[in-house]
Design a binder for this molecule. Structure first.
Ligand SMILES: NC(=O)c1ccc[n+]([C@@H]2O[C@H](COP(=O)([O-])OP(=O)(O)OC[C@H]3O[C@@H](n4cnc5c(N)ncnc54)[C@H](O)[C@@H]3O)[C@@H](O)[C@H]2O)c1
Length: 350
């Protein structure tokens, strides 16, 4: 988790955006909300550029179909990369070479471990700040939980259950590995995975592949996380945080948090007394949104506060690669520091 010491003002910062799909347009919005000057946008699809002009008022002279040409021409100080994953590594490295000072790259950070490592190295050499848009620490659905965990009311975290549906393990589980790191204050050390065999069409194009199935992730600090993203399930994203004295259930899509915790006089009884009387609370939280937390990642990076950096992106990516290795080995446990994890294998993540 990086932070810098010399704060930079967002207002007036010249930013470019590469990739103007659904997420790229949100990056344009986030940059504008922060008072940045959008000086160039690039997308290989002419239709995306037309939408940027029509819906977001981007000037035709700032629109490019060739991102390399755009970078060389407008020389931005900051860059948001919201293409699909196969081009993240190339554009981060090109921008770092050209001296772009601050880059926010979408997840999945890259399509191989080697590419992610090369991105980090390129930014280290050029002194570029690199953030990966795993915004969990800036979302109320996680900050509220983090504040409760370890409190007298809930006690320490035991484990996390991610009850999803057909969300795609790379598309979404990568966010949950970062969420785990943030909530548990500990990186994932190893995983076991069992993917489903059937593969559904990928919403971002037939060239992409994502898997559904189950992943168990564990840390050395104690807590573990079980992610269930089955193609057989078509509703919901609910997270259960199991703690010593109670449980927190968050319905992330509907912005609802329910807390049940043992009443104070029963807290210290053995855990085997699981039926003790509880106090209940139901709290409304902001439903998941991407613009506001993306703004928060920029602000943290520019102002010198902790933000999800290249190491955070690489951690999530390593979890995914280890999950593939585990699945292919029949669900055996694979550690993230296993030297046999493939560095050069390219995955078809979007
Ligand atoms: N952080 C989050 O919460 C979050 C949410 C949604 C998507 N994402 C990530 O954002 C990225 C984009 O997702 P999306 O839903 O906007 O996808 P999308 O398919 O809607 O948009 C991708 C855009 O990139 C353009 N593009 C592809 N290759 C290009 C290239 N070489 N140069 C320039 N433009 C190119 C495409 O034409 C398209 O307009 C993905 O990596 C996705 O995983 C992150």
């Amino acid at each position: 988790m990086s932070s810098r010491t010399d704060p930079v003002t967002a207002a007036g910062l010249r930013i470019a955006v590469i990739g103007l799909g659904r997420m790229g347009m949100r990056h344009v919005q986030a940059a504008r909300n922060l008072g940045m000057t959008v000086c160039g946008v690039a997308d290989t699809a002419a239709q995306a550029l037309r939408s940027a002009q029509a819906d977001h008022g981007v000037a035709a002279s700032e629109c490019f179909t060739d991102a390399d040409e755009m970078l060389a021409s407008v020389k931005p100080q900051a860059l948001a990369i919201a293409t699909t994953a196969p081009t993240h590594a190339r554009y981060v490295q090109a921008a770092a070479r050209l001296g772009v000072r601050h880059i926010l790259c979408e997840k999945a950070m890259a399509t191989s471990l080697g590419d992610a490592e090369a991105m980090i190295e390129a930014c280290r050499r050029s002194g570029t700040d690199l953030a990966v848009n795993h915004q969990m620490r800036f979302m109320a659905q996680y900050t509220r939980v983090k504040a409760l965990i370890g409190s007298a009311e809930l006690g320490p975290l035991s484990s996390i259950l991610v009850a999803g549906s057909n969300f795609g393990l790379a598309m979404n589980a990568s966010h949950y590995f970062e969420m785990f790191r943030y909530i548990a204050d500990a990186p994932v050390r190893g995983v076991q995975a069992w993917f489903e065999e059937a593969q559904l069409a990928n919403p971002r194009g037939a060239q992409f592949e994502d898997r559904s199935g189950r992943i168990l992730a564990w840390s050395e600090a104690g807590p573990s996380m079980y992610v269930d993203f089955s193609a057989a399930s078509g509703w919901g994203m609910q997270i259960v945080y199991i703690c010593r004295h109670g449980q927190i259930v968050v319905d992330e899509l509907n912005g609802d948090m329910r807390i049940a915790a043992r009443q104070a006089e029963y807290r210290d009884l053995p855990t085997s007394r699981y039926g003790m009387p509880v106090d209940r609370q139901q709290i409304a939280i902001e439903p998941a949104d991407t613009v506001m937390p993306t703004m928060a990642v920029w602000s943290a990076m520019l102002e010198g506060r902790p933000y999800p950096d290249g190491a955070a992106g690489l951690h999530a990516l390593t979890c995914l690669v280890a999950a593939h290795a585990s699945h292919e080995a029949g669900g055996r446990e694979v550690r993230l520091d296993d030297p046999s994890l493939p560095r050069d294998r390219q995955f078809k993540w979007a």
